[in-house]
Design a binder for this molecule. Structure first.
Ligand code: NAI
Ligand code: PYR
Ligand code: MG
Length: 371
């Protein structure tokens, strides 16, 4: 198979979908790899490294999209990329379709086979291709929040850990999954006081067993959230209902409960955000203010630490990339966990939550693949 890796074009996105080591693996399995010139240059992955791994460097994204049987990316295709996809081509990347009707329409129109990293599953019920970036974003959410709390950033001027004689900040993490636990760990490490909310009692039990009285665990309800907002300095939005648009858990009205200069970091923004007042921002302009509350809603947070993130992401995506390259769409029929990643195939929406949220007819993935 001919595998193409374009340079990412989203704002300040320096990750790349395949490392030189990954290219070498695919070439070793008898495949051809083409990589866009300087696609990894910003994170020290040079054209020469890819060439040494057996890949060919090409100059333009147009050539990659025209020639490749499978495109490997990081972020959802931007409109100019969607326009270059074609019937029968495989797209393997993050998609986050439920809150993105424009992209969904474009992928349906392309006829391509579109596999979303974020809905591939594993045997334990986890999301193995989302998890590495959730680890990164969870950890980053605390440093982003701590920075936004500084006065010069519009924040309330609170230091997360306090100092001897002055109490630490209160951090509220809504959603105790991969983002949530990583955020909580970082915040506890900085000596903040941390409360974590989840709807899964099993998850709350696990967190309680792990961290004991260093972490307060509370069952997530609207009441529980509203009760805590007046005393919270930093809220991390970390909920997920796989594939679906995020539930709105903090309303605009709720912002009045908070102290001016308090901060909301909505990590769930890539699924539409879990605060009513969230709208996606970029690394260039990461924050904005609503009713005195600072919002940080960067939809590609891991792009900010692109070198760490590229290695973490491709460690997880490469084994499936090899399967797809070896077997084509049959790889999904052979592996139910990879099959869960199929969101759009030859003009049909094949992921139930996306079809429901955006009003498309749902076609089960295996049926669509078998034609
Ligand atoms: N902005 C960015 O750059 C990035 C965003 N993300 C996003 O972060 C979000 C969280 O991802 P993960 O932690 O990997 O998901 P996860 O599935 O590991 O955890 C989500 C948790 O939310 C809980 N939950 C669901 N509804 C809830 C509610 N009403 N109240 C409290 N908890 C609730 C679930 O029980 C689960 O424990 C996703 O939307 C993901 O796409 C992930 C990486 C990067
Ligand atoms: C998960 C995601 O959206 C990202 O890593 O950018
Ligand atoms: Mg998006």
């Amino acid at each position: 198979m001919l595998i193409g890796v374009p340079k990412e074009i989203k704002n300040h996105e320096y990750r790349i979908g395949l490392t030189p080591a990954g290219a070498r693996e695919l070439v070793g399995h008898g495949h051809q790899v083409i990589v866009q010139r300087d696609g990894g240059a910003q994170i020290g992955l040079t054209n020469e490294m890819y060439e040494k791994a057996g890949a060919q460097i090409v100059d333009t994204a147009e050539e990659i999209f025209r020639r490749a049987d499978m495109i490997i990316k990081v972020k959802e295709p931007q409109p100019v990329e969607c326009a270059m996809l074609r019937e029968g081509q495989i797209l393997y990347t993050y998609l986050h379709l439920a809150p993105d009707p424009e992209q969904t329409k474009a992928l349906v129109a392309s006829g391509a086979t579109c596999i979303a990293y974020e809905t591939v599953t594993d045997r334990k019920g986890g999301l193995p291709l989302l998890a590495p970036m959730s680890e990164v974003a969870g950890r980053m959410s605390i440093q982003a929040g701590a920075h936004a709390l500084e006065k010069a950033q519009g924040g309330s001027g609170v230091l997360l850990g306090g100092v001897p004689g002055v109490k630490p900040a209160e951090v509220l993490v809504i959603g105790g999954g991969v983002v949530g636990i990583n955020a909580a760990r970082m915040a506890m490490g900085m000596n903040a006081h941390v409360t974590i909310l989840d709807r899964s009692l099993d998850r709350l039990k696990y967190l309680d067993e792990l961290y004991g009285d260093r972490l307060t665990t509370i069952y997530s309800t609207r009441d529980a959230i509203e009760e805590r907002l007046p005393d919270t300095d930093l809220v991390i939005g970390a909920v997920l209902i796989p594939g679906a648009a995020a539930p709105k858990l903090v309303s605009r009205e709720n912002l009045k409960l908070m102290r001016p200069g308090s901060v909301l970091v909505d990590v769930a923004i890539d699924q539409g955000g879990c605060f009513e007042t969230s709208k996606a921002t970029t690394h260039q302009n990461p924050t904005y203010e609503v009713d005195g509350i600072i919002h940080y809603c960067v939809a590609n947070m891991p792009g900010g630490v692109a070198r760490t993130s590229t290695f973490a992401l491709t460690n997880a995506t490469l084994p499936f990339a090899v399967q797809l390259a070896n077997k084509g769409v049959q790889a999904m029929l052979d592996d139910p966990h990879l099959l869960e990643g199929l969101n759009v195939h030859r003009g049909k929406v094949t992921y139930a939550a996306v079809a429901r949220d955006l009003g498309y007819d749902y076609r089960p993935a295996a049926d669509a693949l078998r034609g």
